[in-house]
Design a protein around this ligand. Structure first.
Ligand SMILES: *Cc1c(COP(=O)(O)O)cnc(C)c1O
Length: 359
């Protein structure tokens, strides 16, 4: 069975040597040695300051909303993984959707501007498939309105321009280290903060708000990363350049075969930032073609994923329907093709020929 992605597993002996160390130390969680090492190494690799490791990307979003004191309405994108929206609802925030740009698939700053009001307390935008948002336009709007800007950078591991990481934009960027992502820690995630003081507060928040053994200084939750996860991260980080390179080679095979075909649409990339090859999205002319391609591939044991479906403004827990025509149209037509470090070229050829036949 070929899925849209496959978890990268490092050398088992290498991982085992970390696990043995954890057993010797008897220290499994609470800011242990490997969590500290991973925090340091990731900060250097990514080129960021104020990076805080947590147990997953969804809780990273929730901690971001709490520490920035978001209240009431928050402007966000309808085209992302469900966690971008559900994390807001879970924190009793009210998502106000702003439609996406039909070419970049990222939230459209002009639509954001239309939704701004005194009732809006923040903006949450996703770098969809690692494609950098129009960060300057969004930062300008947030500053003008005096509200914080959060980036869901779950897909944007390693995305940078010649000067700095995409994670340095916004007040907080969050990233996911789930097993399905380019870089992973089994389950895990991180927040990157612009402001050192906000970072220090969040550090307490992820451990029940505890400041010292006799002082609880804030409301907190428990979302710490553990040593087994950090050890996995330290192993995978050593191989991550090779993982990204292997994905690039495979993405270019798809590009060669598919980019010039009539009837397919591709994401317009922000060329100011490097691609990390986190996904290989293809949009068809309509849902009928998409379903035909999916069915043929499923018959061959190949399972692309409809990232992202449905459009998040249509989730069943919203009473009032906000219409998002661009996102609703795209979600019906788009699919991510299998892309991972050791995807077989014969499988790619099969996928390419099924798509060609179906157009
Ligand atoms: C994966 C993902 C998340 C959630 O991350 P977890 O670590 O699985 O909780 C959030 N947002 C986006 C865009 C994602 O792709």
């Amino acid at each position: 069975m070929i899925n849209v992605t496959k978890t990268y597993l490092p050398d088992i002996n290498k991982y085992q040597s970390y696990i043995e160390k954890i057993f010797q130390n008897g220290w499994l969680t609470n800011n242990g040695q490997f969590v500290q090492e991973l925090q340091q190494e990731l900060s250097e690799y990514l080129g960021v300051n104020n990076l805080l490791l947590v147990s997953n990307g969804t809780l990273a979003l929730q901690v971001a909303y709490k520490v920035l004191n978001l209240r009431g309405r928050v402007i966000t994108t309808p085209f992302s993984f469900v966690a971008t929206t559900s994390s807001l609802v879970w924190e009793n925030l009210e998502p106000v959707f702003a439609d996406i740009d039909p070419q970049t698939f990222n939230i459209d700053p002009m639509e954001v501007e239309k939704k701004l009001s005194a009732h809006v307390s923040g903006i949450v935008a996703t770098h969809v498939y690692g494609n950098a948002c129009d960060v300057e336009a969004l930062e300008h709007l947030a500053r003008k309105q005096g509200i914080p800007l959060v980036f869901d950078a779950a897909h944007a591991f390693g995305v940078r321009n010649d000067k700095h990481s995409i994670l340095n934009h916004g007040d907080i960027s969050i990233i996911s280290f789930h097993s399905t992502k380019i870089f992973h820690t089994i389950e895990g995630g991180a927040l990157v903060f612009k402001d050192r003081n906000v970072f220090e507060r969040a550090k307490k928040m992820i451990n029940f708000g505890i400041e010292s053994p006799t002082l609880v200084s804030e409301l907190g939750i428990n979302c710490k990363m553990n040593e087994m996860e950090a050890a996995m991260g330290l192993c995978v980080l050593q191989d991550v350049d090779a993982i990204i390179e292997a994905r690039k080679v495979r993405a270019e095979i798809y590009n060669q075969a598919l980019l010039e075909l009539d009837g397919l649409q591709f994401q317009k990339r922000n060329l100011n930032f490097l691609n990390n090859y986190s996904h290989y999205p293809v949009a068809f002319q309509n849902e009928e073609v998409l379903l035909k391609v999916m069915k043929k591939l499923n018959n061959e044991g190949i399972y692309p994923r409809r990232y992202f479906y449905p459009s998040l403004n249509t989730l069943p827990y919203f009473q009032e329907r906000q219409e998002m025509p661009v996102s609703e149209d795209l979600t019906k037509r788009i699919v991510c093709l299998p892309l991972y470090h050791d995807l077989d070229e014969a499988v790619q050829s099969k996928i390419i020929s099924v798509i060609k036949e179906s157009l």
